[in-house]
Design a protein around this ligand. Structure first.
Ligand SMILES: [Zn+2]
Length: 303
C-alpha cells in the first residue's frame, strides 16, 4: 500500500460529501494478516467504509469460513434458530417466491421452505451451493455476481439479506437490482451491523462487527432508508433488539475480549468473561436503536 493511495480522502458513495479518516484497524477477528485498514466516515451521512478496499479480498475468506456438512441432519437440527426471522416475514407475507442472497449453508432458506415459501438462493461458495441444490433441494445460483443473477431470475415476493450487505463492494447497485427483482408489494428484509450501536461507541475500532476487511461498510440505518426510497422501497419495520441482534450483542463482548488473546485457552477464558459482561451490558445493548445489528423491512409500492 503506497502512502499516496492512503492520504487522499474519498468522497461518500451515498451522498457525495467529504469523508474523514475515522480510524485505522486490523483483522482482529481472524488475524489472517497484520495489514492496516483505513476507515473513512462521511461528514454528512456518517457512512463508514474501508478505503482503499484491498485488492486481495478473497484471501480474507479462508476455506474454513464455510464448513459444509454431508447430510440434511445439519439443517433439520438448526433451522429452529431462524424462526424469529420467519416470524418477522410472516407479518408481511405468508407464502410466495422467496430469495436469500448469501445463504451460506441455508438454515434460513430451509426454514423458509418448511414454512411454505418457495425458497431460492444466490450463493458465491461452490461447496455451499452444491449442498443447497443437492441436499437441501433449494434452487441456488452459484455466482459471485449477484447483480447478474438477479436479472436472470423471475421476480420475488420476498428477498432477504442476512448480514451480507456490509460485505458488498457496491451495495447500492445490488439494492437497486433487488428493488427491480421484487414484485409490486414485495418485501426486502435485511440485517446488518449497526454503526449506532452502544458497543461501537464504547469499543471503537476493535469492535468485532468492524470485522475488517470482510465488512467493507458500516451503514447507518438512515442511509439505507434514504437509499431504499431512491429505489422505490419504503421502510415498514425496524428494530435493533430482535433475537439476532441480541445474539450479536453477546458475540461483540465475547470476541472483543477474546481477540486480545492469541492462546486458544486464554481466548476461551476471555469469551467466558465476555458472556458475563454481555449480561451486565444488556440494559444498554437492548435499548432500541443501540443494539449491535438492525433488522429492517422495506416494501415495494403496489401495482
Ligand atoms: Zn455521505
Amino acid at each position: 500500500m503506497s502512502s499516496a493511495s492512503t492520504t487522499v480522502a474519498p468522497s461518500c458513495s451515498h451522498c457525495g460529501s467529504t469523508c474523514k479518516l475515522h480510524f485505522v484497524t486490523q483483522d482482529y477477528n481472524r488475524r489472517i494478516g497484520d495489514e492496516h485498514f483505513r476507515h473513512y466516515r462521511c461528514t454528512q451521512c456518517s457512512l463508514l467504509f474501508i478505503h482503499p478496499v484491498p485488492d486481495d479480498l478473497g484471501r480474507y475468506y479462508p476455506n474454513d469460513y464455510y464448513y459444509v456438512p454431508e447430510s440434511i441432519d445439519f439443517l433439520d437440527k438448526n433451522h429452529g434458530q431462524e424462526k424469529y426471522k420467519i416470524d418477522i416475514i410472516r407479518r408481511f407475507k405468508t407464502s410466495g417466491r422467496l430469495l436469500e442472497i448469501g445463504p451460506s449453508l441455508g438454515t434460513f432458506s430451509y426454514a423458509a421452505k418448511l414454512a411454505g415459501f418457495e425458497a431460492n438462493a444466490i450463493e458465491m461458495s461452490t461447496e455451499c451451493s452444491q449442498y443447497l441444490n443437492n441436499v437441501a433441494h433449494i434452487p441456488t445460483v452459484n455466482t459471485a455476481d449477484t447483480d447478474a443473477a438477479l436479472l436472470s431470475l423471475e421476480p420475488f415476493d420476498v428477498i432477504a439479506l442476512w448480514h451480507v450487505i456490509e460485505h458488498l463492494v457496491d451495495p447500492w447497485k445490488t439494492m437497486d437490482h433487488i428493488a427491480r427483482s421484487l414484485k409490486p408489494d414485495g418485501i426486502f428484509i435485511l440485517a446488518a451491523p449497526n454503526p449506532e450501536a452502544f458497543q461501537f461507541k464504547v469499543i471503537g475500532k476493535r469492535w468485532p462487527h468492524v470485522d475488517a476487511p470482510r465488512h467493507l461498510y458500516l451503514i447507518p440505518k438512515e442511509v439505507l432508508v434514504e437509499r431504499a426510497r431512491m429505489y422505490g422501497l419504503t421502510l415498514e419495520s425496524a428494530t435493533t433488539d430482535d433475537e439476532g441482534a441480541r445474539g450479536w450483542n453477546t458475540f461483540g463482548w465475547e470476541y472483543w475480549l477474546g481477540n486480545f488473546m492469541r492462546d486458544p485457552k486464554r481466548k476461551a477464558f476471555m469469551h467466558g468473561i465476555g458472556k458475563k459482561l454481555a449480561r451486565l451490558m444488556r440494559r444498554w445493548d437492548q435499548k432500541e436503536g443501540r443494539g449491535s445489528a438492525y433488522t429492517l423491512v422495506f416494501r415495494k409500492a403496489g401495482s
